[in-house]
Design a protein around this ligand. Structure first.
Ligand SMILES: Cc1cc2nc3c(=O)[nH]c(=O)nc-3n(C[C@H](O)[C@H](O)[C@H](O)COP(=O)(O)OP(=O)(O)OC[C@H]3O[C@@H](n4cnc5c(N)ncnc54)[C@H](O)[C@@H]3O)c2cc1C
Length: 398
């Protein structure tokens, strides 16, 4: 017979564990989390690792240690969902039945969408700080540069923490400046949008840092191919329609991203959504066609910039609404589109961008312009947030 749980959560990452803990606090007794990995990662630190400002071991803990006591950990991967039958099929072949389902398996990296990219990031001169295993390598490569060209790239489409593509670049520039090397290193940032980020207040501050470091910013541009052996990145200028081959000494690339393929193959995404994200109401986070299905975090079909800061708000909304729905009550909570991106613009300062799903500033403390470069924001991002993450967020308390 299939296992059965009141609430089944697919994915024991940032969203899944914080939600499981919060649901327990709200009195839900039978929560199960499906999670295939043995370890849990705090991804925001990957940028600091790649910029030489954190150690890899600070970003990883065992999955067992973060799974709340009393929550059932199903050590397996979801492979399919039959939302009409209220069941999830697992990679091992067994089935789990649910009363309520929460889908939060994060994003997959579509390395093959850029020919040569997978090979390049594993080659001696390439890395990607979006992979835990390659973040330390990025710093080894950047730290070893004394001259030449460093290319950083960000893909188009929804990705985890959009601005994170730039973070190790600023950290490396500050390091090279400290070492007296910055003048000898050409730094190119390739990104697909018309401005450096999209929130005018934040753009102004980032543009100032870009000018200060002498970074060549290629807006409206995308990485479309890499020749790893020849250390050549092919960049397309989306506005001009031209293509350029750029020789690099170090490449740090962020892969294109989408919902996991197995999720795309279910009927939970909206028809025609090639990204495959779960079709939820963007305020209540309830599925538009299956009322006992919910989604939050990176895999949710919401319009916000995907980040841990965004899903921290979403967790409370889903927990409150799911509990109310089980009692047949009106849904009490709405997500407001909030997201965040702390840009590490030097080795001890941060530009803290807080904004809504239309890229308008949304500071937590009204009238405090957190987008100004600040040492205080560095301390919050580098020292405080990891502690809050492990001790409060994952325990459903923040
Ligand atoms: C380099 C980098 C820097 C970032 N910086 C910041 C930042 O400064 N601030 C910020 O707020 N956010 C930042 N983020 C984004 C933040 O980490 C993510 O938005 C957040 O982790 C998303 O949480 P999630 O639970 O949706 O996905 P994840 O945390 O990725 O968790 C998804 C989980 O689902 C599991 N899973 C996958 N497939 C299956 C399956 N088939 N069945 C069951 N489980 C499955 C995975 O193993 C994983 O544990 C950054 C991300 C990166 C990569």
């Amino acid at each position: 017979m299939a296992a059965q749980h009141e609430v089944v959560i697919i994915g024991g990452g940032n969203a899944g564990i914080s939600l499981a803990a919060r649901l327990q606090r709200y009195g839900v007794k039978d929560v199960a989390v499906i999670e295939p990995k043995d370890h849990h990662l705090y991804q925001p630190l990957f940028s600091h690792i790649a910029g030489g400002r954190a150690q890899a071991q600070e970003a990883i803990r065992s999955q067992e240690s973060v799974t709340p006591q009393g929550v059932t950990w199903i050590h397996d991967a979801a492979a399919g969902i039959d939302a009409a039958a209220n069941t999830v099929t697992l990679a091992s072949g067994s089935t789990v039945a649910y009363g309520q389902l929460v889908v939060c398996p994060g994003l997959q990296y579509d390395w093959d969408a850029v020919p040569g990219l997978a090979e390049a990031v594993h080659s001696p001169s390439g890395a990607s700080h979006y992979e835990f295993e390659l973040a330390s390598k990025a710093w080894t490569l950047l730290r070893s540069m004394t001259s030449g060209t460093a290319v950083f790239t960000m893909p188009a489409g929804p990705i985890k923490c959009g601005g994170a593509a730039q973070k190790p670049m600023y950290l490396a520039c500050d390091y090279w400046r400290e070492q007296g090397l910055l003048d000898r290193i050409r730094v190119v940032m390739v990104q697909p949008y018309p401005t450096v980020f999209g929130v005018p207040e934040v753009d102004r501050e980032l543009d100032r840092k870009i000018a200060e470091y002498g970074i060549e910013l290629r807006t409206n541009s995308e990485l479309v191919g890499v020749d790893a052996a020849g250390q050549t990145a092919t960049i397309r200028d989306l506005a001009a329609g031209t293509v350029e081959d750029l020789h690099y000494d170090v490449l740090n690339a962020v892969p294109p991203q989408s919902a996991p393929d197995w999720l795309k193959a279910t009927d939970l995404p909206a028809a025609g959504d090639t990204g495959g994200f779960v079709e939820v109401d963007r305020q209540t986070l309830r599925h538009l066609r299956y009322p006992n299905v919910w989604s939050l975090g990176d895999a949710a079909g919401t319009t916000n910039s995907k980040s841990g800061g965004a899903l921290r708000k979403q967790t409370k909304v889903v927990a409150k609404n799911l509990v109310a729905a089980r009692k047949g009550k009106r849904l009490p909570a709405k997500y407001n589109g909030y997201s965040v991106c702390p840009f590490t613009v030097s080795r001890d300062t941060v530009v803290f961008a807080e904004f809504d799903d239309r890229y308008r500033p949304m500071p937590t403390l009204p009238r405090v312009p957190t987008w100004n470069e600040s040492k205080f924001s560095w301390v919050v991002d580098r020292d405080l947030f990891p502690k809050i993450y492990w001790n409060l967020i994952l325990k459903g308390r923040a």
